[in-house]
Design a protein around this ligand. Structure first.
Ligand SMILES: CC(C)(COP(=O)(O)OP(=O)(O)OC[C@H]1O[C@@H](n2cnc3c(N)ncnc32)[C@H](O)[C@@H]1OP(=O)(O)O)[C@@H](O)C(=O)NCCC(=O)NCCS
Length: 146
């Protein structure tokens, strides 16, 4: 996927936080520590791994392709790639009111380890907390996705 295609799909998936631009994606793709996983042109995940830790930077599935397990598959591929890059723990931030994402991460074994109060602001001006989720990768349960 090109930075333009990533930005187009990101804009279809996000209002809060604001979607990322093609230029921002180009910056991430130029980062040797970052890695992009795609599922055709229906979904993608951007991750980064350094110094034994991995971060899930963003994940987006096209609205018409949701509810079919693509999000789950992208997250399990992320965990495996993070492990291959030497990460022992993975973390991410998710908005407290993002039920589909929280369901996807909880199914992948992430647990809440922190909270950032009022971290996000909706387009209507409402503040939403960010939850910090973590997944230990050394429990032997991270395997190559089938
Ligand atoms: C989060 C996202 C990637 C999930 O993609 P997906 O392909 O639909 O995910 P899956 O089909 O693998 O699974 C979705 C899970 O969310 C659950 N879910 C979906 N809508 C839900 C809702 N409104 N409330 C609660 N759970 C919901 C599904 O039941 C499923 O959980 P289950 O596997 O326990 O049944 C997708 O919704 C998306 O792109 N959202 C917009 C971008 C975003 O929020 N990204 C994450 C930012 S942290």
């Amino acid at each position: 996927m090109t930075p333009e295609a990533l930005a187009t799909l990101h804009a279809r998936a996000f209002t809060m936080p604001r979607p990322w631009s093609a230029q921002e994606f180009a910056g991430w793709l130029a980062d040797p520590l970052a890695f992009l996983l795609v599922e055709g042109d229906a979904g993608f995940l951007l991750g980064r791994a350094v110094a034994g830790e991995a971060e899930l930077l963003t994940v987006a599935v096209a609205p018409e392709s949701r509810g079919r397990g693509l999000g789950q598959r992208l997250v399990s591929r992320f965990l495996y790639q993070a492990r291959l890059r030497g990460a022992e723990v993975a973390f991410l931030e998710v908005a407290e009111d993002n039920a589909p994402a929280r369901a996807t991460y909880s199914r992948a074994g992430f647990a809440e380890t922190g909270r950032r109060r009022g971290y996000y602001r909706t387009p209507e001006g409402r503040s939403v907390d960010a939850l910090v989720l973590q997944r230990v990768l050394t429990d032997g349960a991270v395997n190559a996705p089938t």
